[in-house]
Design a protein around this ligand. Structure first.
Ligand code: NDP
Length: 247
């Protein structure tokens, strides 16, 4: 007999590397058919798909800039054409450019708004129309919403807006048994986190974490797996901070 999860189809945005790739691997091993979305890393996305298929899973890759509403519609079209429908959306694609407010570059502001906020919104609007009843949505936020570290102003603002959308969409989609939650990771050693940080700065951040280590991508994927899996059915409208206790 097939388990419930083996019939499910998940789109993970920004899944060519980092946290998104780990979520795609995990949901595939949970039995879901996965759509590995990427922006530019075609080769990495294709390699991940091969890895999942070779392990007995179902996966395709699909290019789409989440900031472009038409591309996101096409992403859902592709998922439906390939797998017959969509049950799970993980809005993971994101970018981070750090600067104190006084020095924020207009282009960086616009890009973070476009990818982190508009990109998540584009996915949410499409999911609200097209997810099958009983579906699940997870938006990846950040524990910087709560920690409020200097230089993270615009990035944290985009993610705070994502958290607001999470609460409201949970209420809008509840009647269709679709849950909407956020996972807000603490520091995880990916390209996004490591780029431009001196080793001393990374060590300082590590020392702030009660569990004494940086997060690993799988720490985040495990939390997402619960929220979109059979055990997460009554968790709705929540922000789950997966961060080793840093806040
Ligand atoms: P990475 O930089 O390692 O990976 C980012 C992923 O997002 C890549 O797959 C990239 O695809 C994709 N991406 C970027 N822009 C777009 C776009 N416009 N459209 C589609 N895909 C896009 O980041 P992380 O794995 O670290 O971050 C993943 C999420 O987790 C982000 O939302 C981030 O804000 C959040 N987060 C990360 C933390 C950390 O410490 N690492 C902490 C808290 C939150 P491609 O390679 O094709 O460009």
């Amino acid at each position: 007999m097939m388990s419930i999860s083996s019939e499910r189809v998940a789109i993970i945005t920004g899944a060519s590397r980092g946290i998104g790739a780990s979520i795609a691997r995990r949901l595939a091993s949970d039995g879901m058919a996965v759509v590995v979305n990427y922006a530019g890393s075609e080769k990495a996305a294709a390699e991940l798909v091969d890895e999942i298929v070779n392990a007995g899973g179902r996966a395709i890759s699909a290019q789409a800039d989440v900031a472009d509403p038409r591309a996101v519609r096409n992403l859902f079209d592709t998922a439906e054409a390939e797998f017959g429908g969509v049950d799970v959306l993980v809005n993971n694609a994101g970018i981070m450019k750090l600067a104190p407010v006084a020095q924020v570059d207009d282009a960086d502001f616009d890009e973070m708004m476009a990818v982190n906020l508009k990109g998540t919104f584009n996915g949410l609007r499409e999911a609200a129309k097209r997810l099958r009843d009983g579906g699940r949505i997870v938006n990846i936020s950040t524990s910087v919403v709560g920690l409020y570290l200097p230089a993270y102003g615009v990035y944290a603002a985009t993610k705070a807006a994502v958290e607001a959308l999470t609460h409201i969409l949970a209420k809008e989609l509840g009647p269709r048994s679709i849950t909407v939650n956020s996972v807000a990771p603490g520091p995880v050693a990916t390209e996004l986190f490591l780029e431009g940080k001196a080793p001393a700065m990374i060590e300082r951040l590590e020392q702030m974490i009660p569990l004494g280590r940086l997060g690993e991508v799988d720490d985040i994927a495990r939390a997402v797996s619960v929220l979109v899996g059979p055990d997460g059915g009554w968790i709705n409208g929540q922000i789950v901070r997966v961060n080793g206790g840093v806040i």
